[in-house]
Ligand binder design. Structure first.
Ligand code: SF4
Ligand code: SF4
Length: 332
């Protein structure tokens, strides 16, 4: 197989060189080239984000991320980790737009500014900076699937938070589904989302079509149960053993754990190759997969949401439980 310069530059902007680890290049390149035609193209854009979702993706352990990008998908564009830069990288996006390509999955990490495109730009075309909003508008028109990775892309998240002075979000940050109104956006929230959720959802879309989803368009496979009902400390909760201070044994409810109101499978899936979970390590759940994160009605992180099950807690262990959405106290 031989390449002309343009093909090579495209390749450098794409999968085989995307992850700049030499071993990935050496092991994955040949296989990647052989299978390039078979694998589904993925274009991953980053809007207003901290890159944490990408960092989480790189922590994919089984199958590892090198296998995913060399055997399952063709990660054509990813602005943080791709090897290509400048025109070589941006030509991947231009090419998809100019050729009206319909054979790729569009992924967005981060939110989209609506007050000015200048607040978040990705590359230049003919000397003009191009906003993430413009790329999303053009690429979402033809994408075979549109996926929001992370809480910022799903709900707006940290970049869409409200300043305490009530002046409104300075960039007008919105989620992907708010921006591409009328299109189905598959949401994979989390700050960050677990790498299994990202890759598993993507593979489901590629191999079996859209997964079953909840009212927030999250795959039920990963978000179908609350943290609380799968929690390692559930037996403590049921027995009335509550931690009074950080580091104590027992259920973390009185310290502000939001597991009753948050959906994800981290207590059983766990982070970093199965090492520990948010509740297991004693940090508690901060509700990072929910639409109210991180503002919580301006109450701060460790304040309860709706906590429907709070009525089962013994009175001596009870703390005021707030309804985040209307500010009322549920159990006084
Ligand atoms: S309140 Fe939090 S720590 Fe307690 S059982 Fe529920 S999820 Fe676990
Ligand atoms: S357990 Fe809570 S804080 Fe941890 S990932 Fe799930 S929703 Fe987020």
């Amino acid at each position: 197989m031989s390449f002309n310069r343009r093909d090579f530059l495209k390749l450098m902007g794409g999968t085989a060189a995307a992850f700049t680890f030499p071993s990935v290049l050496l092991q994955g390149c040949k296989k990647a080239l052989e299978k390039a035609a078979d694998r589904t193209a993925v274009i991953w854009l980053q809007g207003q984000s901290c890159s944490g979702c990408s960092v989480s993706l790189l922590n994919k352990i089984e199958p590892n991320i090198a296998t995913v990008i060399t055997e399952f998908i063709s990660l054509n564009f990813h602005q943080t980790v791709m090897g290509g830069t400048g025109d070589a990288a941006i030509s991947v996006l231009e090419d998809a737009v100019e050729k009206n390509r319909k054979d790729f999955v569009l992924i967005l990490e981060g939110s989209i500014p609506t007050k000015s495109a200048e607040y978040c730009t990705i590359g230049e075309v003919n000397g003009r900076r191009v906003g993430v909003s413009e790329w999303v508008t053009k690429l979402s028109a033809n994408a075979k699937a549109i996926v929001a990775v992370g809480t910022c892309a799903t709900y707006g998240g940290v970049p869409a938070a409200e300043p305490r002075d009530g002046s409104g979000n300075p960039t007008g940050a919105v989620s992907l589904s708010q921006f591409v109104k009328g299109k189905t956006v598959l949401n994979i929230p989390g700050c960050p989302p677990h790498p299994d959720w990202i890759v598993g959802t993507l593979l489901h879309v590629l191999l079996k079509g859209m997964p079953e989803r909840d009212e927030y368009n999250r795959p039920l496979l990963y978000y179908g149960k609350t943290v609380h009902e799968q929690c390692e400390r559930l037996s403590d909760y049921k027995a009335g053993r509550f931690a009074k201070h950080w580091g104590d044994e027992g259920c973390l409810y009185n310290l502000g754990c939001l597991g009753m109101d948050s959906c994800c499978d981290i207590p059983v899936r766990k982070w970093v190759g199965g090492n520990n979970s948010c509740t297991g390590c004693g940090g508690g759940c901060i509700g990072c997969t929910e639409d109210v994160f991180p503002d919580y009605g301006k109450r701060g992180i460790f304040k309860h949401l709706t906590a429907q099950r709070a009525k089962f807690i013994k009175p001596e262990h009870r703390v005021p439980v707030y309804n985040l959405r209307n500010g009322g106290v549920i159990n006084g």
